[in-house]
Design a protein around this ligand. Structure first.
Ligand SMILES: Nc1ncnc2c1ncn2[C@@H]1O[C@H](COP(=O)(O)OP(=O)(O)OP(=O)(O)O)[C@@H](O)[C@H]1O
Ligand SMILES: [Mg+2]
Length: 360
């Protein structure tokens, strides 16, 4: 799975760009504010229908335009496909795969499994459980076709349950909803648990390469007491939930615990080491996806050189290349990447004030 060609129109400061891409390593260089991250963001937007930087989609539309248009030709095992996306300022979005309109954005995510590594995304992973859950769910979504609908059902029922709690509903009414909630929650939890288990076996080797002699442990917590069934947990927390108007435990509280020895990883590791840990997690996810459904991810690594010394840059680039995936890497100075490689990147682009050119 890789992008052969990418066309960007009116996305951030890029008015118009057409990039012929390599299946391997694509290096994008340029000064601050030139548009490097915007190119990665455009690829992500095409794959997810949203940005990794701003939840307000109209911010990514070029200031002087009413709409943005993205187009890519994708190379897949089953032949090439054409993916197009148009987003208007009023929120309207239209996505076409081989000319046919897609109904749901999740169909888009299935088409392009994208892994993002940015300085912001890696701090996020250590700030709160939400992004760690998203990390697990990226894999759960791609590895099990049941996950998306089970998780959507959990969220839908939780919303209804919380509304009932706010209205001080009696226990019988709540219990009626809880039967389905328990069923879907168990399904979601089983898929997540299996996923983290499979991930762990791949992760060990990668962490050993990146952080030798650091005892990193990754484990899954499901979101309620480990000794109680979810049905019992819901029953015993009913009066507390009624007081708060919120469901206090469940799949929406699941987390990925990252520990070094007996400390949280963010307290035990340096910034560069944390970045390497996140990269190891993402690389393991890409490898697992390849193992499970024979699909390659696309890696977007923003500002790869920052916080890494030359040896670790090289290690990271080698590990990324070993996944066999298409990789997009940005750097201010191309030499920061080129000097860490045995052979030059497969394709190099230089960006200047939103204009993209291929360089030799
Ligand atoms: N909607 C928009 N319309 C036009 N320009 C925009 C819009 N949103 C952001 N920009 C501008 O686009 C430029 C490119 O930003 P981008 O983050 O891609 O730069 P960069 O090359 O990644 O820089 P850095 O090296 O500092 O990370 C910025 O100067 C920004 O002000
Ligand atoms: Mg940037």
């Amino acid at each position: 799975m890789s992008l052969v060609q990418l066309q960007i129109t009116d996305f951030r400061n890029i008015k118009s760009a057409r990039l012929q891409l390599s299946r391997g390593l694509n290096l994008i260089s340029g000064l601050n504010g030139s548009g490097k991250t915007s190119i990665l963001e455009a690829i992500y937007f095409l794959g997810m229908g949203r940005s990794f930087r701003s939840h307000l989609a109209q911010r990514v539309i070029n200031n002087e335009s009413e709409q943005l248009v993205l187009f890519a030709e994708i190379e897949q095992a089953q032949g090439n496909a054409k993916l197009g996306l148009r987003r208007l300022r009023n929120g309207e979005i239209e996505v076409r795969l081989n000319g046919e309109k897609l109904k749901r954005l999740s169909e888009l995510a299935e088409t392009l499994p994208i892994q993002v590594i940015t300085p912001e995304s890696f701090s996020l992973l250590f700030e709160g459980p939400k992004s760690r859950r998203q990390f697990i769910d990226w894999g759960a979504f791609h590895s099990d076709p049941q996950f998306h609908s089970a998780w959507s059902n959990v969220r839908r029922i939780l919303k209804q349950r919380n509304q009932l709690l706010k209205n001080q509903a009696d226990y019988q009414t709540i219990e009626y909803w809880d039967r389905d909630l328990v069923r879907y929650t168990e399904q979601v939890t089983e898929i997540r648990n299996q996923y983290v288990h499979s991930l762990n076996s791949l992760l060990t080797g990668i962490i050993e390469a990146f952080l030798p002699q650091v005892d990193v442990k990754v484990s899954f917590t499901r979101g309620w007491d480990s000794k109680t069934s979810y049905a019992d947990a819901l029953q015993s927390q009913y009066s507390r939930d009624l007081n708060s108007g919120n469901t206090g435990s469940g799949a929406h509280k699941a987390d990925l615990r990252l520990r070094v020895g007996n400390m949280p990883a963010q307290d035990a590791l340096s910034r560069g080491q944390l970045k390497l840990l996140v990269c190891a997690l993402r690389i393991a996810q890409g490898r697992l996806l390849k193992e499970q459904i024979n699909k390659n991810s696309i890696y977007l690594v923003d500002d790869l050189p920052s916080e890494l010394d030359a040896r670790h840059r090289q290690l990271l680039l080698t590990q990324l290349a070993d996944t066999g995936s298409q990789i997009f890497v940005t750097a201010i100075e191309p030499t920061a990447i080129v000097d860490s490689l045995h052979c030059p990147p497969d394709r190099m682009f230089h960006v200047e004030q939103g204009h993209v050119a291929v360089t030799e």
